[in-house]
Design a protein around this ligand. Structure first.
Ligand SMILES: Nc1nc2c(ncn2[C@@H]2O[C@H](COP(=O)(O)OP(=O)(O)OP(=O)(O)O)[C@@H](O)[C@H]2O)c(=O)[nH]1
Ligand SMILES: [Ca+2]
Length: 891
């Protein structure tokens, strides 16, 4: 970089600068900008990205530019319009986003610390031959022209296409790689000094969205990551406001200067008149805290209104294509105002089946179900969604995923068939009058499948999984390099905790809806914990009365008479009002209606919670909570903050979410996608690899109760790569009542579920990673409760170490009792797995509440898949998973 810096010099105040490279000295005379002689300016002056001058074949043209009259017609500091190069013309294998040349007549020092510019100039100038071609293209005036005309080369304008064709023709004539900078007259315009430093080549989004016809400016930060785009100060924690056009972010000191009076909402002054960045559409009208702090509420209100309603910010109807035809203004209004409009509509090409209401992006499976029977766009074509099956639905060939769903719903799918499907899921074969019984979306399997493939189902049948709402549509079938993990375990094994950990670990934020759901769950649970306390209180009160009674009989034998009445209260007694509440709550709990009443009733009972919690009787009971078998471990975490949690305005933290039981109140399938953690770490150096969106993991968590009898719905997951089976180590001494009134050991139940899953025909060749969870609880109880409490672990005989208190000693050489127990259990499962499948089981030790152990286990899962793919032999020889046990047990 240092060499590059020396090699590259920005245009400075003088018109002639000698450039030296390494030891050689080049006395290159060049001239690129004029010195500014005007009055001092108050704003920050745009600066130049370095240009490799000895590679510029058009120095003369540059002179011409500067001396062009437009400079003098503009009273402000001249800035050369950034020059763009088409991405494909540089190096197709590299993610080169921005190419820019900005000539700054005034400053050069800033360059040194400016990594963005250096990187970009690296692309421009390069150091070897590989960049030459790109560079020549870059200097090709035909490219300039298409830029200067203010149009994206891929925009809709036919004018641009013709420009481009001409350019290509010329390229062919010249053999493609000679620079042809003298062919055309370059038209270079100068911009206002405060203008966007950079205009970036418009990205053509993967989904083929149509971008606005005129070029939309995009900002490039000149400071370090997270800093303000204007003053370069601050970091990513500094509050900032974003321009809805170019994406520039400004700190509170700069925002008003950069955005002025905001007649079209939050836009840089220079972005006024430009269409907004479509990806920011849903933020329109939603004000940030920053702005509220800076200006009055009234003004904010006004700005937000303009932002939402001013003409230029409206979605342009003619850029929304439905079934091949652009919408008219009326059609767009109709579409946006129907009862169930498409969410987050952007310019783009869509198909719409107006019989069923299916809505999707052209060439893709449907992503939404909107109101049917709208008269918008053209007629649907049979290949609208690029279907490749023989089945048609409402005039459209469906694709494999949809076919799968039809099959699951029991719809006959042999041969070439055409069905008419109604919005409610009822269906009929074309030309037949037999309306089939049942509706497609009613079956659990179909719902599960839809959840898995991120496909919506009609909203009256069931709510689509929350997960999918925030996520852009993606059909997993199209993503080849997605590592799919299926996370499953028996109830309370901790799968939802692990799932939530993954979200926190890999930066997938909880949606508002999830937070809200979890908040309600935490609040409901709080009442059940209180109920358990109150039950305990009654017991303790009785006991203590009984004790007192006995004592008084002993102390005062004879006919003293009144002792019984006097001693009616104990420290466990509560007043009338609380007693009434307590009785009511216990009754509700006994009737099993707690979930139904709370959290709706939270508002009314918050005060009771506070009074209860402050009552000495409850505190005395709480101090004996270890004796309350029913009280779950994590209850303490929430009970300690009972008063805060019971309030209406309680907002659960990430930690609260983690400690809460479950994710959603229903046990639906949940899925989260993130970049493979393993890859990310490896590619610290190579940013392009790190961002490769194809190297992704999907973690699908399914609750055992939704697997159905004999786990029959497991077939839905037959395309996963690895199954993470979760077992709670603390289950070995816990029991639940079965239907016949018998006691079932929870670990035995887990073992049984494990058997059904590993032997399931869909999973014949799958990898299995056993997650032995809740190690902390095992550590806690192994000293008190022998492992043999579980019938499967009868033969556990830990070597008695010379130190009798081995489990708590600090001798690092001998593993603790808990570790030995873990190793023993892991061995039991491995042997069992081997007996069932003749294959090897991988094992990881985790504590669901500790993120590192979960991270480790997920990485381990990724590694297993990599090994399987790359080194099958190595796997066979490997003493399977011993590394994992050692690695994790050291924690
Ligand atoms: N002490 C301890 N508690 C854990 C650990 N992992 C999970 N838990 C708690 O165990 C309880 C059950 O965990 P969940 O994640 O809800 O278990 P699940 O039954 O698989 O999932 P759901 O039934 O959907 O809730 C929760 O209260 C967790 O906070 C752990 O490693 N240590
Ligand atoms: Ca649970």
């Amino acid at each position: 970089m240092a060499a590059l810096l020396r090699k590259l010099r920005p245009a400075a105040n003088s018109s002639s600068v000698p450039i030296d490279e390494d030891d050689e000295v080049f006395n290159v005379e060049y001239s690129i900008a004029m010195e500014y002689h005007g009055p001092p300016v108050t704003y920050r002056i745009p600066h130049a990205a370095p240009v490799d001058f000895d590679h510029i074949p058009t120095a003369a043209a540059a002179v011409a530019m500067v001396t062009s009259t437009s400079l003098f017609h503009n009273s402000s500091i001249p800035v050369v319009q950034p020059i763009l190069k088409k991405k494909s013309e540089i190096r197709p294998e590299r993610e080169t986003k921005t190419e820019q040349v900005i000539v700054d007549p005034s400053s050069s020092e800033r360059l040194a610390g400016d990594s963005v510019d250096l990187r970009i100039s690296g692309e421009i100038a390069g150091s070897g031959e590989e960049s030459d071609e790109g560079f020549q293209n870059y200097m090709n005036p035909t490219n300039w022209e298409s830029t200067e005309s203010g149009l994206s080369s891929r925009s809709l304008s036919s004018e641009v296409f013709s420009h481009k064709e001409e350019a290509e023709e010329e390229e062919e004539e010249c053999g493609g790689d000679t620079p042809h900078h003298v062919r055309r007259v370059s038209v270079v315009t100068f911009r206002d000094p405060d203008s966007r430093d950079v205009v970036e080549d418009e990205e053509w989004s993967e989904s083929g969205e149509v971008e606005a016809v005129e070029e939309r400016p995009k900002a490039v930060r000149t400071g370090k990551k997270g800093s303000c785009y204007r003053c370069n100060a601050g970091n990513r924690f500094t509050e900032k406001e974003v321009c809805i056009v170019c994406g520039a972010k400004y700190c509170s000191n700069c925002v008003l200067r950069a955005m002025g009076s905001m007649p079209e909402g939050r836009k840089c002054v220079t972005c006024i008149g430009y269409r907004i960045d479509e990806s920011r559409r849903r933020k329109l009208g939603k004000c940030s805290r920053l702005l509220k702090k800076l200006i009055s509420e009234l003004e904010v209100d006004q700005i937000m209104k303009s932002e939402l309603f001013c003409k230029i910010n409206q979605l342009p109807a003619n850029l929304v294509f439905v079934n091949g035809e652009p919408l008219s203004e009326e059609e767009l209004v109709r579409l946006q105002n129907c009862p169930n409009p498409p969410r987050k509509l952007k310019p783009g090409f869509y198909w719409y089946d107006n019989v069923s209401g299916f809505w999707g992006k052209e060439g893709q499976v449907y992503c939404e179900i909107i109101s049917p029977q709208l008269n918008v766009g053209g007629r649907i074509s049979s290949n609208a969604s690029n279907g490749n099956t023989q089945i048609m639905i409402n005039g459209r060939k469906i694709n494999k995923v949809e076919l799968r769903i039809l099959q699951l719903a029991g719809v006959p799918c042999e041969g070439e068939l055409h069905y008419w499907v109604n919005p409610d899921g009822s269906y009929q074969q074309e030309g037949m009058n037999n309306v089939f019984k049942g509706k497609i979306w009613e079956k659990v399997a179909v719902k599960l499948a839809c959840a898995l493939f991120s496909l919506p189902i009609p909203s009256d049948t069931s709510n689509p999984p929350t997960e999918e709402k925030e996520r852009p549509l993606s059909t997993p079938v199209e993503k080849k390099r997605l590592n799919k993990f299926l996370l499953v375990g028996s109830d309370q094994s901790g799968t939802s905790t692990i799932f939530k950990q993954a979200k926190v670990l890999y930066n997938v934020p909880f949606s508002e809806e999830e937070r809200q759901n979890i908040k309600l769950m935490i609040q409901s649970k709080l009442y059940s914990y209180l109920g358990i306390l109150l039950e305990g209180r009654e017991k303790f009160e009785e006991e203590s009365l009984f004790q007192k009674g006995k004592r008084s009989l002993i102390n005062q034998p004879g006919p003293s008479g009144n002792t019984g009445q006097i001693e009616q209260t104990t420290i466990y007694s509560i007043g009338q009002r609380l007693k009434a509440f307590s009785d009511w709550l216990l009754k509700v709990m006994a009737s099993g209606n707690l979930e139904a009443i709370f959290p709706a009733a939270t508002r009314e009972y918050a005060q009771f919670v506070e009074d209860l919690w402050n009552d000495t009787a409850i505190q005395a009971t709480y101090n004996r909570r270890n004796e309350l078998e029913m009280l779950p471990r994590n209850a303490t975490y929430f009970l300690n903050r009972a008063v805060e949690i019971s309030r209406m305005d309680y907002v659960p933290s990430d930690m609260d979410i983690l400690y809460a039981e479950g994710i959603t109140s229903s046990n639906s399938v949940a899925s989260v996608e993130f970049s493979c953690p393993k890859w990310e770490q490896e590619s610290m150096v190579d940013a392009s690899l790190q961002r490769d969106p194809l190297l992704r993991c999907q973690l699908i968590r399914v609750h055992s109760s939704s697997l159905g009898e004999n786990c029959k719905w497991l077939q839905m997951f037959e395309d996963v790569d690895i199954i993470l089976f979760c077992v709670s180590l603390s289950d070995y001494d816990e029991f639940f009542d079965d239907r016949n009134g018998g006691k079932v050991n929870k670990l035995m139940a887990s073992k049984q579920l494990f058997e059904s899953i590993v032997t399931h025909q869909s999973f014949e060749k799958k990898q299995f990673l056993l997650l032995l969870n809740k190690f902390d609880l095992l550590e806690e109880k192994i000293d008190r409760v022998p492992l043999s409490r579980c019938e499967w672990f009868q033969d556990f005989c830990p070597v008695i170490s010379s130190n009798p208190t081995s489990s708590s000693n600090n001798n690092t050489n001998s593993p603790t009792l808990a570790h030995r127990a873990f190793q023993y259990i892991a061995m039991k499962f491995k042997r069992h797995f081997h007996a069932l499948t003749d294959r090897k089981l991988f094992v990881s030790l985790i504590n669901g509440l500790e993120s590192e152990t979960v991270d480790e286990a997920i990485r381990y899962g990724g590694e297993i898949l990599k090994w399987v793919e790359e080194k099958p032999k190595l796997i066979a020889d490997q003493q399977v998973s011993s590394t994992s046990i050692e690695a994790s047990s050291s924690s």
